[in-house]
Design a protein. Structure first.
Length: 205
C-alpha cells in the first residue's frame, strides 16, 4: 500500500523520545521483578504494512505470541506486544525457574508471566505518551495469543486502520548482559490516528 504516514525526522525523534521515557521506567520495574539489571531502549519506529511487519519478524510461518491491549480514552485502538521465543524463554526462566522449549508447551503460569511483563512494558509506554501529549489513555486487561502472524497480529486489529499505517516499534532489552529484541505494534483507530497526527504537527520542521 502506498498511502502511508510519513513523519519528518523531528517528529520521529519526538516519538522515539516518548518511547525511551516509557522504556526507562519499564526497565526499572522489570529490574525489581526479575531481581537483575535490565536496560531497555526503543531505537526504531516505522509505519508499515502487515506484510512488511511479517518479513521483519521472520515470515508468515513463524510461530510467536502476542499480548493484546485495547486502548480507551483519548486514544482508542490497540497495542500488541510481540514476543518471540528467546525473550519468552528468558522471562519464564527468570520468573518461574524453568525451561521453556517452545510456545506450544506453555502452561497458564508461563502465559501469566509473559502477560505481566507485557503489561509493564505497555503501561509505561502509554503513560509516557499520555503525559507528553496531555491525554487520558487507559489500557485493558491483556489477552495473550499464540500462533502465526496473520492470526495473532492482523486478526485482532485489521478493522481499526488502513494497512500501511501500523506503528511498528523495536524494543531492545539487555538482561544480565544479554540482548533481546521484542516489538510493539500500536494501531489507533482512524479518529485517534488523526488526533495523534494533529498533535505531531506541532513538531513539523
Amino acid at each position: 500500500m502506498e498511502n502511508k504516514i510519513s513523519l519528518n525526522s523531528l517528529q520521529l525523534d519526538v516519538i522515539k523520545e516518548i518511547g525511551n521515557i516509557g522504556a526507562g521506567n519499564a526497565a526499572t520495574a522489570l529490574s525489581e521483578m526479575l531481581g537483575c539489571k535490565v536496560e531497555m531502549a526503543i531505537p526504531g519506529l516505522k509505519f508499515l504494512s502487515f506484510e512488511e511487519i511479517y518479513d521483519l519478524l521472520g515470515g508468515k510461518d513463524m510461530t510467536m505470541t502476542s499480548v493484546v491491549f485495547e486502548l480507551k480514552g483519548d486514544i482508542r485502538g490497540a497495542i500488541l506486544q510481540v514476543v518471540q521465543l528467546p525473550f519468552a524463554q528468558k522471562i519464564v526462566n527468570s520468573f518461574l525457574n524453568k525451561s521453556l522449549t517452545d510456545f506450544n508447551s506453555m502452561d497458564d503460569m508461563d502465559r501469566s508471566a509473559l502477560a505481566e511483563v507485557a503489561n509493564i512494558m505497555t503501561g509505561h509506554y502509554v503513560k509516557a505518551m499520555a503525559t507528553f501529549e496531555n491525554m487520558v489513555i487507559q489500557i485493558s486487561v491483556p489477552k495473550e495469543r499464540i500462533g502465526l502472524p496473520d492470526k495473532i497480529l492482523k486478526e485482532p486489529v485489521a478493522h481499526l486502520v488502513e494497512d500501511g499505517n501500523i506503528m511498528f516499534v523495536e524494543e531492545h532489552f539487555i538482561i544480565s548482559g544479554n540482548q533481546y529484541t521484542c516489538h510493539m505494534i500500536m494501531v489507533p483507530d482512524i479518529p485517534s490516528l488523526n488526533k495523534l497526527l494533529h498533535v505531531m504537527k506541532d513538531y513539523e520542521s
